[in-house]
Design a protein around this ligand. Structure first.
Ligand SMILES: CC(C)(COP(=O)(O)OP(=O)(O)OC[C@H]1O[C@@H](n2cnc3c(N)ncnc32)[C@H](O)[C@@H]1OP(=O)(O)O)[C@@H](O)C(=O)NCCC(=O)NCCS
Length: 284
């Protein structure tokens, strides 16, 4: 009998992991600006090897300090989801504990993965809800003393500052993530006043569909109509380019953004995905 060996993944595993990700249907991958295998080489990426075969993998690299999103969980038919998770999660918890602990988070897009998380005592923190805008409401495109322009790479440190001040740490983006977001965007805008960048949005497209991937206004500048103005400007640009629909995701308990989107004509689509977290403690 071939024994299963759990070990950290490394760059040499790339081809075998690509095959696993490509061929296996039991795949959870975090929707993100980079593919899960681009995290190879980072800490918190493990594989299970049976002889010459990689039969399962788990990656939850830390993007922001202490926050480890599950970017990849995949297993072949050799395993049940529960058994593959059990061997990888044991190794993961031990390494994370030794490295100082972290909050491990995952968005469950499939019921089989949700079952694994629930049976491993992950807690349901909130849901991600999907909304869509499909018409042109009347929105002010101005906010006093604020102007908008396209985001450029040199803005990224300021954009990170706004991002990290606005969002809960679980949702912080790093500069590298925001650089990729900018590179993949259809439109990316910054809002500035006399102090510099105070807000931003990033919108992507796929075929005829546009998606508002990120929107934030610095807490010191909120409730002055800046997000409304940024979105008013975005709606006009989308219309000029022929996009008639814009989707967005937000957290079910983010009442501020839900109010904003409702006011601007977005409607819930009914799609929702639960967010689970598990606090792996540091060694006492
Ligand atoms: C959501 C966010 C972008 C709104 O930015 P903003 O510039 O303050 O929004 P606006 O001033 O244009 O407000 C427009 C509407 O949003 C709602 N809103 C904004 N702030 C609110 C608050 N603190 N409480 C309740 N509703 C609020 C209101 O309906 C408001 O209209 P009103 O002022 O006529 O009542 C900002 O609060 C933020 O960055 N939050 C953290 C990041 C985030 O949640 N991003 C979006 C989720 S993906």
């Amino acid at each position: 009998m071939i024994t299963a060996q759990v070990r950290p993944a490394d760059l040499k595993d790339h081809q075998r992991l690509s095959n696993l990700v490509f061929f296996e249907t039991r795949l959870h991958r975090h929707l993100d600006w980079r593919s899960p295998l681009e995290w190879l080489g980072d800490k918190y990426f493990w594989t299970v090897e049976n002889g010459s075969q990689i039969t399962a993998a788990l990656a939850c690299p830390e993007e922001a300090a202490g926050i480890a999103w599950v970017r990849l969980f995949v297993h072949s038919g050799y395993w049940s989801a529960e058994n593959a998770w059990a061997v990888l999660w044991d190794a993961a918890k031990e390494d994370i504990t030794r490295a100082g602990g972290a909050k491990v988070a995952a968005i469950a897009q499939h019921s089989w993965f949700q079952n694994v998380l629930v049976s491993n005592r992950f807690g349901n923190r909130q849901n991600i809800v999907m909304l869509e805008w499909a018409n042109q409401p009347r929105v002010s495109r101005e906010s006093k003393g604020v102007h908008f322009r396209d985001m450029i790479e040199a803005d990224l440190p300021d954009v990170v500052r706004v991002d990290n001040a606005s969002f809960d740490p679980l949702w912080h983006n790093s500069q590298e993530t925001l650089r990729r977001a900018l590179a993949q965007s259809l439109f990316a805008t910054v809002a500035e006043d006399e102090r510099g960048v105070i807000g931003y949005q990033v919108t992507t497209s796929s075929g005829s569909r546009a998606h508002l991937a990120r929107l934030a206004v610095h807490p010191s500048a909120q409730r002055r109509g800046i997000a409304s103005a940024v979105l008013g400007d975005l709606f006009t640009r989308l219309n000029h380019k022929g996009y008639r629909r814009l989707s967005v995701n937000t957290q079910s308990d983010n009442q501020t953004s839900l109010n904003l989107y409702k006011k601007l004509g977005f409607a819930r689509t009914g799609e929702a995905y639960p967010v689970y977290t598990f606090d792996v403690p540091a060694y006492p």
